[in-house]
Design a protein around this ligand. Structure first.
Ligand SMILES: CC(C)(COP(=O)(O)OP(=O)(O)OC[C@H]1O[C@@H](n2cnc3c(N)ncnc32)[C@H](O)[C@@H]1OP(=O)(O)O)[C@@H](O)C(=O)NCCC(=O)NCCS
Length: 191
C-alpha cells in the first residue's frame, strides 16, 4: 500500500479554496459556484447517485449484477473520514453534480500501491466543464489529510484528463479484456 506521512491539513495549490477543510471550491471555467463536500457530510446523496452508477456501469451495478451501488456509496460516507471516502460536487443551489471516491484498492491486478481515485462520475449535462478535475483535486486534498504521499488511478477513457491535471502514467495492465493505464499523482510534501 501507499506510504503515509503524518496526517496534516493541506490544500492543492492549483485550485482556489475558501473551504475550511481545504477542499477546492472552484477550478476551470465550468466550475464557478461549484462546491466540493465530503460525502460523509451529505450521505443522503448516496441515494441520488446509486441509479446513476447503475446506468453508467450496468455490467457491474445493473440489475442482477455483482455490484451494489448503494452499499459501495454508503461505505464511502463513513463518518470517520477514513478510506474508502467520497467527495461530492454541488452547484450553488446545493444540487449534486458529480462524485468521486478514494479507496485502498482498485483493480485486482494492481494491489501493491494505493490509495486509488475511483468512481469518478459527473452527471452528463455537466461534463467537460472542469468538475471532474475539481473532484480529482479534492481527492488529492483528502489523501494528503490522511498522510499519503501519492494517489493512483486506473483508467481506460480518462487518460487525457489525468495528464492535464499533472498525473503521470506509470504502467499499462491487461484488465477485463482491455488495457488499463495506471496513473500516479505525487502529492505536495510537507512545508
Ligand atoms: C470522466 C468524467 C468523470 C470526467 O468528468 P468531467 O467533469 O467531464 O471532467 P473535466 O471537465 O474536468 O475534463 C473533461 C474534459 O473536458 C475538458 N474541459 C474542462 N473544462 C472545460 C471547458 N470549460 N470547456 C471545454 N472543455 C473543458 C478537459 O480539458 C477534459 O478534456 P480532455 O478529456 O480532452 O482532457 C466524466 O466524463 C464522467 O462522469 N464519465 C462517465 C464515467 C466515467 O467514465 N468515469 C471515469 C472512470 S475512470
Amino acid at each position: 500500500m501507499g506510504i503515509r506521512r503524518s496526517p496534516r491539513a493541506v490544500s492543492v495549490e492549483t485550485v482556489k479554496s475558501g473551504d475550511p477543510r481545504g477542499l477546492p471550491t472552484s477550478g476551470g471555467a465550468g466550475t464557478q459556484c461549484v462546491n466540493v463536500i465530503p460525502l460523509r457530510e451529505c450521505a443522503d446523496l448516496c441515494g441520488f447517485f446509486a441509479p446513476h452508477f447503475a446506468a453508467e456501469w450496468p455490467d457491474w451495478y445493473g440489475p442482477g449484477r455483482r455490484g451494489d451501488a448503494v452499499a459501495d456509496l454508503d461505505a464511502c460516507a463513513n463518518r470517520a473520514g477514513q478510506l474508502p471516502l467520497g467527495v461530492v460536487a454541488v452547484d450553488a443551489g446545493g444540487a449534486p453534480i458529480g462524485i468521486a471516491a478514494l479507496k485502498p484498492t482498485s483493480i485486482d491486478t494492481y494491489t501493491h500501491v494505493g490509495p486509488w481515485a475511483v468512481a469518478g462520475y459527473i452527471i452528463p449535462d455537466r461534463r467537460r466543464g472542469g468538475v471532474g478535475a475539481l473532484l480529482l483535486s479534492a481527492l488529492s486534498v483528502e489523501a494528503c489529510r490522511l498522510g499519503f504521499q501519492a494517489i493512483y488511478c486506473a483508467t481506460v477513457g480518462a487518460a487525457s484528463l489525468l495528464e492535464r491535471e499533472g498525473w503521470r502514467q506509470i504502467d499499462a495492465v491487461a484488465h477485463d479484456g482491455g488495457t488499463q493505464r495506471i496513473f500516479r499523482r505525487t502529492l505536495p510534501g510537507p512545508g
